[in-house]
Write a new protein. Structure first.
Length: 347
């Protein structure tokens, strides 16, 4: 085989073009959310209505992200298909309801500080209980079936059913109304657009969690190990780190985030049931697949796309809204079969 002359630079432009194409490909998914928002504005043709629907879509997307972010790490790092993730969503919602019930004096007060002082303890307790449930679930249900996908589907689905039945035992079979704190009810009027106060709070909390996860994954040693474990768990183990403990920590954090999402989603819907986790899991799985397994950034973008598209299509054509998210997933996978920002494990 002949080699190019030492002074031959004909390969350099090709390398630069490939690098430029790769950079553009990495930026392309970031343009999907603003592009969808612009298409929605053109289709709706009413700026006030568009602002209202966009705020609602962003809030919905943030809450789906909270529930899906933990699951995508569990998928990507642990290679576990956890159909029981919805159990932690339901646990978080019911625990949050119980805590808010004890703090009803604060939630009914006409003070935003007292309302937030009630909301955040409810979120914290829900995350702690859901995280603890995740620990038990991983030890008893998931650990014996590592590497066995079919058994994982069966046993985690069974675990979900058991948790749902336990919720029925403790909280009863009826749907429960979950009231929002007093100052988070109603809407903020901007011009002719009305934006619900609670949705603004959901957007702020979702952004805060995303930023914290980004910082934790990119700026801390634990985050470095998590990202390394996603790409090559065997190498992390060979360097002397206990990958099983890392798996367990990720599972607990993912369960706690599901509990947080459960509280937020319950207050968003204002009704909670024992089966709410399994019902929302369809959207959660769609977001995880769109974003790419193990990718927090992809999960975030996918959740925003699902939230915006659901609200736009529900306004324009309610019947089509039933299949809009499935259609979005199909289109994205035709473009990027592994998701928007896949985290590929080393072979």
């Amino acid at each position: 085989m002949s080699t190019p002359p030492a002074g031959d630079t004909s390969i350099a432009p090709k390398i630069e073009q490939a690098s430029l194409a790769e950079r553009l490909g990495n930026w392309a998914p970031l343009l999907l959310v603003p592009a969808l928002a612009i298409v929605g504005l053109v289709a709706i043709a009413n700026p006030a209505t568009w602002i209202t629907l966009t705020a609602a879509g962003l809030a919905m997307g943030m809450m789906i992200f909270l529930m899906a972010s933990g699951l995508t790490l569990v998928f990507g790092l642990m290679d576990v298909i956890n159909f029981g993730h919805g159990a932690f969503i339901a646990i978080g919602a019911f625990v949050g309801f119980t805590v808010l019930g004890y703090l009803s004096g604060w939630t009914d007060a006409a003070s935003v500080w007292l309302n937030l002082a009630a909301l955040f303890p409810a979120i914290l307790v829900a995350m702690l209980v859901a995280g603890g449930a995740g620990y038990v679930f991983e030890r008893l249900v998931v650990k014996p079936v590592y590497g066995q996908h079919l058994k994982q589907i069966l046993v985690t689905m069974g675990g979900l059913i058991i948790v749902q039945q336990l919720i029925l035992v403790f909280w009863g079979p009826d749907a429960i109304h979950l009231s929002r704190p007093q100052t988070l009810r109603g809407s903020v009027v901007i011009g002719e657009a009305a934006i619900e106060k609670y949705r603004l709070v959901a957007v702020v909390i979702g952004l805060a969690v995303f930023v914290c996860m980004r910082l934790a994954l990119n700026r801390t040693k634990v985050g470095l190990l998590v990202r390394a474990g996603v790409e090559n768990g065997e190498m992390v183990e060979a360097l002397g780190y206990r990958i099983q403990r890392l798996f367990l920590a990720v599972f607990i954090v993912g369960s706690a985030l599901a509990g947080l999402g459960g509280v937020m989603w319950g207050l968003y819907q204002e009704t909670i049931t024992a089966h709410m986790g399994s019902e929302i899991m369809v959207l959660v799985f769609i977001v995880v697949i769109i974003g790419g397994l193990g990718s927090v950034e992809g999960c975030f973008i996918g959740a925003l796309l699902v939230g915006l598209l659901s609200n736009y299509v529900a306004f324009l054509s309610p019947k089509v809204a039933l299949v809009s998210t499935i259609a979005l997933m199909v289109v994205v996978l035709m473009w990027r079969p592994q998701g928007l920002y896949p985290v590929v494990k080393a072979k």
